[in-house]
Design a protein around this ligand. Structure first.
Ligand code: AMP
Length: 181
């Protein structure tokens, strides 16, 4: 990193399992808040945040027999997913703009844990921040944890922020899902 260059923090942003698109998950919003409060603090110009959202491709729809219908349906879904992904990232980008911190955001498709590690290799951030849902041992085996995989495989330091266990101070801009915590 050259002198005067901001520290580049890459952050994984996923959708909420409670509300789904376009709401960002509690764990990724918690990790973002924590990063702002504990790392960025007042040094706004010292950091750049890089938000990556990975969309998992749907597998349903493949049984449709008509190629034309399939193409239209696929195009519709692609546009719908893109709009939802952008909306999700808007939450983080808008907050960065409000604070005045520099940021970038982009969407990729695939297996989130694999894609995050691939993007780390490509973008070479100073470190990666991911949330953690706090899955139990059973879910860890069957659902798999993104944060654990990234900690082991990402080619940069990884900071894992556990999902808050109690309600934090709410702001009026929080989506309702957060307020239900
Ligand atoms: P875990 O609970 O260990 O599966 O990790 C959850 C965290 O991984 C989230 O807070 C995000 O930071 C990151 N993550 C999970 N899925 C995705 C995704 N589809 N796109 C980007 N980041 C993700």
């Amino acid at each position: 990193m050259a002198d005067g260059e901001p520290t580049r923090i890459m952050m994984g942003a996923n959708e909420s399992t409670i509300k789904g698109y376009p709401h960002a998950s509690i764990s990724s919003r918690g990790a973002f808040d924590w990063t702002l409060q504990k790392i960025v603090r007042f040094n706004i110009s010292g950091f750049k945040l890089l938000f990556l959202h990975v969309q998992v491709p749907d597998e349903d729809g493949q049984s449709l027999s008509s190629r034309c219908v399939l193409t239209t349906w696929t195009a519709y879904r692609r546009n719908r997913d893109k709009a939802r992904g952008l909306h999700l990232l808007e939450y983080f980008v808008n907050r960065c703009h409000a604070i005045g911190i520099s940021c970038e955001a982009w969407i990729k498709k695939g297996d989130p844990k694999e894609i995050i590690c691939h993007e780390v290799k490509r973008v070479q951030p100073d470190f990666l921040v991911v949330g953690r849902r706090g899955l139990g041992p059973f879910q860890r085996v069957f659902v798999g944890t993104v944060s654990e995989f990234c900690s082991k495989h990402a080619e940069c330091p990884v900071l894992t922020i556990k999902r808050p266990a109690y309600p934090r101070t709410l702001s009026m801009t929080d989506p309702p899902e957060f307020q239900a915590l």
